[in-house]
Design a protein around this ligand. Structure first.
Ligand code: DC
Length: 208
């Protein structure tokens, strides 16, 4: 069973995907963390974002044990991730890991931008999670505050808008709802409501 959860930054897809995985006893992969790790390596080594060879090498040599690195969650690293994510070679280097992960039993929930369209086009259930820019900015602002990472509301707004533009306009695997995705707007939904709605859709489809 493969569940794809796609959508723009801070729409609530990570929280929903994690909740689904926990509820259903499935494996969970935050694919954004893969791009964030590559972005973080680029920043740490002061590598220019036009250096395709270096970025691709970082993507090939990822150490998934670094997944819990606190620095990964910052907006600076989010922007860096969005920049390396436009490089087709980086995306190709991360493809196999994601597809292999998706095959884990009894099931897997993957969240990202291109799960339902490119990574797992035949996923059993696809969600596209979206929300207004205002709602997403506020959520990200609070999330960063909770992590002790200081950012002004203005900076978070600018970062989210820039990331939206870059992620949606790139030529390889842009942020896109798959034609068969269930679209959920979480602007006015709480975490539990969104989870219930998604679980309801899965149960209705598979009678589980
Ligand atoms: O979901 P996130 O904010 O952690 O993702 C960080 C960046 O990584 C995002 O701006 C675009 C990129 N990304 C991607 O291109 N494809 C994915 N499947 C996941 C993330």
């Amino acid at each position: 069973m493969i569940i794809a959860v796609d959508g723009p930054s801070a729409a609530g897809k990570g929280t929903l995907a994690r909740g689904l995985a926990l509820h259903l006893g499935y494996h969970f992969l935050d694919t954004g963390a893969l791009y964030r790790m590559v972005g973080l390596q680029m920043l740490r080594t002061q590598t220019d974002f036009t250096d395709v060879a270096k970025a691709t090498a970082f993507a090939r040599d990822l150490n998934v044990d670094d997944f819990e690195d606190h620095e990964l969650r910052s907006e600076v690293v989010g922007s860096a991730a969005s920049k390396v994510a436009v490089i087709p070679e980086v995306r190709s280097a991360l493809l196999k890991f994601q597809r292999d992960f998706a095959k884990r039993l009894p099931g897997a929930v993957l969240d990202g931008r291109d799960i339902g369209t490119v990574i797992c086009p035949s996923a059993d259930v696809k969600f596209y999670i979206t929300a207004s820019v205002e709602a997403r900015v506020l959520r990200r602002f609070k999330e960063l505050q909770g992590l002790g990472i200081a950012n002004s509301l203005q900076d978070v707004t600018a970062d989210i808008k820039a990331r939206d533009d870059r992620d949606a306009s790139r030529s390889t695997a842009p942020t896109l709802a798959a034609a068969d995705a269930i679209v959920v707007d979480t602007s006015h939904l709480g975490v539990e409501e969104a989870l219930e709605l998604a679980l309801g859709a899965i149960k209705a489809k598979f009678a589980i």
